[in-house]
Design a protein around this ligand. Structure first.
Ligand code: FAD
Length: 116
């Protein structure tokens, strides 16, 4: 039935995963330690090895090689994640997201107060 809990489709998995990745980036430290920077780079590399959509993970690994995670701080990392998501959006014909709005979307809520 429509209410049954079933294994995720790649579309459901993608939506849930981007929610996690953008939220993680939005709460990454503003002033990360050197250890936090290497840990987050390692996290993204391991993520790309195990993401359970094979063709998605393959392309993501390729993109990671071309653009290393920008883990200098919360804002650079959130922007980097947004650009990665836009690469996928472009590939599958979805509209590009305005990366200047990434903190509103994933951390602060929209300026019009609609999330308050
Ligand atoms: P999603 O694209 O999942 O986006 C969810 C929400 O995030 C949007 O509603 C919007 O509010 C916000 N958002 C959109 N773009 C951005 C952005 N650039 N920055 C910040 N926030 C944004 N699907 C494929 O068909 N082929 C693939 O190769 C593929 N690769 C993927 C690789 C990864 C690493 C991940 C996590 C997912 C991948 N997917 C792939 C899934 C795909 O990206 C979508 O998640 C899926 O199609 C569901 O789309 P959606 O319309 O629900 O919105």
């Amino acid at each position: 039935s429509a209410s049954a809990e079933c294994p995720l489709t790649n579309v459901e998995l993608g939506r849930n995963t981007w929610s996690f990745l953008h939220t993680m980036a939005a709460y990454y430290p503003e002033k990360p330690s050197e250890k936090q920077k290497t840990d987050m780079t390692g996290f993204m590399e391991l993520f790309a090895k195990f993401y359970p959509c094979d063709y998605c993970a393959k392309d993501f690994r390729k993109n990671l090689k071309e653009s290393r995670p920008d883990v200098r701080d919360r804002y650079t990392f959130s922007k980097w994640m947004c650009v990665q998501h836009n690469l996928v959006n472009k590939k599958i014909g979805k509209p590009e997201f305005d990366c200047s709005k990434v903190m509103e979307r994933w951390r602060d809520g929209w300026k019009d107060g609609s999330c308050d």
